[in-house]
Design a protein around this ligand. Structure first.
Ligand code: G3H
Length: 250
């Protein structure tokens, strides 16, 4: 049985006061225990206050990035142990914005994933094609390559700590969502790849989230698809009412 997960990626939004306000609203909206596991990923500076504010709830706090080294002279970077020391055991890796703006390659991401797993953390691993790839019918191959580069060398036992997030780049922050059928088609492809490269058990048990302009008005249809196990939500996660409407779309 796969976990249903809805994760909010707050990206580089919200200072401390705004984060506290959003957390207050979020807690007010959580009148009943959601069916899905809920996660939120604030900026580094807001991780600890978020962890403190959500103590006693089932919401998991995730980081948006992490360095691949355990420690050392890497000015401006954050390590796995630093995250764990403030209550954060989940990290988003491979987001398309990190790949595009910070030149994160598959090789680097393989190292980051390994460090996170070695530290007992859970990884939300993001990947997905650009519009050009889809237009050229390269999207299935591209996704396979991204998974192969960073994940397919992992031992089977690591997969219990991996959540996949398929995010077609053309659908991120654009208002243009993959149709539920496009999402299902790709998620099925991903599950087949897991089956072929890692094994049946991992294929059946790994949660695959969809990300890219998920909103309250389209979440239900997307989440209803057989191989879609939830969502990684950007813009709509900054509004507590919208985010909880998405969480409750299962
Ligand atoms: O991490 C989240 C994704 O980039 C989706 O962002 P979005 O919901 O604003 O399109």
């Amino acid at each position: 049985m796969r976990d249903k997960i809805v994760a909010g990626n707050w990206k580089m939004n919200n200072d401390l006061a705004e984060t506290e306000e959003l957390l207050g609203k979020l807690k007010m909206q959580m009148v009943k225990e959601p069916e899905a596991t809920v996660m939120v990923a604030p900026s580094f500076t807001n991780l600890y206050p978020t962890f403190q504010a959500l103590k006693g709830t089932s919401v998991i706090v995730a980081a948006q990035n992490m360095h691949e080294s355990e420690n050392g002279a890497f000015t401006g970077e954050i390590s796995a142990s630093m995250l764990k020391s403030v209550g954060v055991n989940t990290v988003i890796l491979g987001h398309s914005e990190r790949r595009a703006y910070f030149h994160e390659t598959g090789e680097l991401l393989a190292k980051k994933v390994k460090t996170a797993i070695d530290n007992g953390m859970t990884v939300i691993f993001c990947f997905g094609e650009e519009l050009e790839d889809r237009k050229n019918d390269k999207h299935f191959d591209l996704v396979e390559q991204q998974l192969k580069e960073a994940l397919f060398n992992l031992p089977q036992s690591s997969w219990k700590n991996i959540i996949l997030a398929y995010e077609p780049v053309w659908a991120i922050g654009t208002g243009e969502t993959a149709s539920p059928e496009q999402a299902q088609e790709m998620h099925k492809h991903i599950r087949n790849l897991l089956n072929k490269n890692v094994g049946k058990e991992v294929a059946e048990n790994t949660s695959i989230l969809y990300g890219g302009s998920v909103k309250p008005n389209n979440a239900k249809e997307i989440f209803a698809k057989e191989d879609v196990d939830g969502g990684l939500i950007g813009g709509a996660s900054l509004n507590a009412v919208d985010f909880m409407a998405i969480v409750n779309s299962f």
